[in-house]
Design a binder for this molecule. Structure first.
Ligand SMILES: [Zn+2]
Length: 277
């Protein structure tokens, strides 16, 4: 499943194609949405936001197209009325004079009115979006210590979109590694220093992945490994997808296990929690 950084990059490309241009045509595959085609035709896209793994295309007539790609949705940007070769089903097409933004395979598409986000079943519950909202390490440090979160295991907490929007499976393993936190612990088991490192890691890795096309490893190290001829999967991450490989810090074998029914990776020597006294 694409994670926050991938969704934000898709939103950037949709925004680049559509922003400040008039929609000359739009079509929805789902019958219940086709009534909106006439409402949106002739309107102008003002911006494209993300909220966790959801995308919001905002129009100058107070309409908002909400889409959530789940596992399969994929955006394509093409010159106007040009279509990619794909077996996917076209679900939403937005055209202006220059470009077409085409959403394939997604089934979770709605049209909202500006402000209706607050009552929306997903949007009203999703936690802070680290790429589009001004969230500081101090904000997250406080959030980790809230009663509703502090006794939950990190492995389920980090995937919970109500905790932080946009963290998915690879970011979960990478954040815990960079923070030096055992994946079997909870916020309440951590020292203040670990919690602060986790807060910084959430923000830093989300941005690093967004700016470096999914790379969460140290960018200089990734570049060095790439120059040595290593493949993307070999230099992309600290621990994710690296079972039985040596830890990049201390050489310990990386361990893979399942948590919340998804694969999780960690270094047993770098990621330890001192027993709270
Ligand atoms: Zn290690």
């Amino acid at each position: 499943m694409p994670e926050g950084p991938e969704i934000r990059r898709a939103a950037d490309s949709v925004e680049k194609a559509l922003k400040n241009r008039t929609i000359i045509d739009i079509s929805f595959a789902f019958e219940q949405l086709q009534g909106y085609e006439e409402i949106l035709r002739g309107s102008t896209v003002t911006r494209v936001d993300t909220k966790g793994k959801a995308m919001l295309i905002r129009f100058d007539n107070d309409q908002v197209i909400y889409s959530h790609n789940q596992l399969y949705g994929k955006w394509y940007i093409r010159n106007a009325y040009t279509y990619p070769k794909t077996n996917r089903q076209l679900r939403l097409a937005l055209h202006n004079e220059k470009k077409s933004a085409l959403l394939y395979s997604a089934s979770d598409i709605e049209v909202l009115k500006n402000g209706e986000e607050e009552e929306h079943p997903f949007l009203s519950k999703v936690g802070p979006d680290l790429l589009s909202e001004d969230v500081t390490p101090d904000d997250l440090f406080a959030r980790f210590q809230e009663k509703r979160f502090q006794r939950r295991k990190w492995t389920s907490l980090l995937l919970d979109q109500a905790f932080i929007g946009g963290i998915g499976n690879y970011l979960r393993s990478e954040i815990l590694f960079v923070a030096g936190i055992s994946p079997f612990s909870r916020p309440i088991d951590c020292t203040e220093e670990q919690l602060y490192r986790a807060a910084k890691a959430c923000i830093d890795l989300m941005w690093r992945s967004y700016e470096n096309k999914g790379i969460t490893n140290d960018p200089a190290l990734a570049e060095e490994l790439k120059k040595k001829g290593k493949k993307r999967y070999e230099y992309r991450h600290w621990v994710f997808n690296r079972e039985d490989r040596p830890c990049r810090i201390d050489g310990t074998e990386i361990i893979k296990f399942r948590a919340a029914s998804r694969r999780c990776y960690y270094c047993p020597t770098c990621q330890k929690n001192p027993a709270p006294s």
